[in-house]
Design a protein around this ligand. Structure first.
Ligand code: KG4
Ligand code: ZN
Length: 333
């Protein structure tokens, strides 16, 4: 079975072809237009998706060396995300499904992220704990089985990726913030400054990142512009260390409480080098196996959407042409 996956929930226009669970093409076009504004501008994202979607799908078909008539089904992200952006992918997918007379399935973006590790590791068996860390979400989810999830904890305010992006902006680090903070932090001392670890002893598995942003802002106000520039790498490394520390501590606590010996970390922030090394180190000390998809499958892509759609189709799930985009829907609903 050949599935076309389409993803357009934020600022990546992506398409992938999956054949019987194997990715045979994976095209991601990141919209550079948002760089000028230091963040994603929803209206510009929708317009860019409109321009790019057919081209990206064509590229995915060409790379897979198949024609559109050879596709058996379409999986498309339809929730949650920027509604205008989602609608571009959803409408394109619906038109294609109607024209080709093939089934279509709407995929939850976070459920898609939760399937990213399977792309290269189909032997992984649930149950396990998933930490989904992206620009819009920070959630711990108990992946009991395919389609069976329980929300264990989540951020009560900002997502970890959002904190990376906002702190990057405060530091004058170019958009996209997260990957660039990661780069700067490589030459910095993570112990140079001690930023707070909010909610670390909250007694639940929730997170809070908005206070961290404030802590960094207040700290920066105490420095001159030159001092910030001179210590940029240390500040970036210390902030990154605090975020990674919180995510790792909470994930390991949750895994232990739920008696799960596997943690799969996914979403854009899972590409972070320090989160990866700290999670591997502490998980192994606790007899837990930590797993991360390779970075290209951590950030938004359509391969994870195609894979998740394939699993949904196997379960007999299908959407119809009434399917539409929803800006915010929890994974546990
Ligand atoms: O999953 P994703 O591509 O899109 C959403 O669903 O939000 O995640 C994007 C987020 C952004 O906040 C970006 O700054 C962050 O992931 N990110 C990173 C890294 N790569 C992407 N954050 C820290 N370190 C990275 N290497
Ligand atoms: Zn995402």
């Amino acid at each position: 079975m050949k599935i076309l996956g389409i993803e357009s929930s934020c600022d990546e226009t992506a398409a992938a072809i999956l054949e019987d669970g194997k990715i045979i093409s994976n095209i991601i076009s990141s919209q550079l237009i948002h760089k000028t504004f230091g963040g994603v501008v929803p209206e510009l994202a929708s317009r860019a998706h409109q321009k790019l979607v057919s081209q990206v799908v064509k590229q995915a078909l060409d790379e897979a060396k198949i024609t559109k008539e050879e596709i058996d089904a379409i999986a498309v992200t339809n929730r949650p995300g920027l509604v205008g952006a989602l609608l571009v992918g959803v409408n394109f997918a619906k038109a294609l499904s109607l024209g080709l007379e093939i089934p279509i399935v709407g995929v939850h973006h976070i459920e898609g992220h939760m399937h990213a590790y399977f792309i290269e590791n189909p032997e992984l068996k649930p149950p396990f704990l998933t930490l989904v860390v992206s620009g819009g979400h920070t959630q711990l989810v108990h992946f009991k089985d395919f389609g069976e999830y329980e929300l264990v904890g989540q951020t009560v305010d900002d997502a970890a990726g959002e904190a990376f992006d906002k702190v990057a902006k405060m530091l004058g680090i170019e958009f996209p913030g997260g990957p660039n903070v990661d780069k700067k932090a490589k030459n910095g001392n993570p112990k140079a400054y001690r930023f707070p670890r909010p909610m670390i002893d909250s007694g639940n598995f929730n997170f809070s990142f908005s206070g961290m942003k404030t802590a960094v802002r207040v700290f920066l106000q105490s420095l001159s512009k030159i001092e910030i520039e001179e210590n940029l790498e240390d500040i970036a490394a210390s902030f990154q260390e605090a975020v990674a520390d919180i995510l790792v501590i909470k994930s390991i606590k949750a895994a232990k409480e739920l008696k799960l010996n596997k943690i799969v970390v996914t979403g854009g922030v899972a590409a972070n080098s320090r989160l990866r090394s700290l999670m591997f180190e502490r998980a192994s000390k606790n007899g837990i196996e930590a797993m991360f998809p390779k970075p290209v499958f951590c950030t938004d892509n359509a391969a994870m959407i195609a894979f998740c759609g394939w699993k949904l189709i196997q379960k007999g799930m299908k959407s119809d042409l009434k399917m539409t985009a929803h800006p915010s829907v929890s994974i546990a609903q």
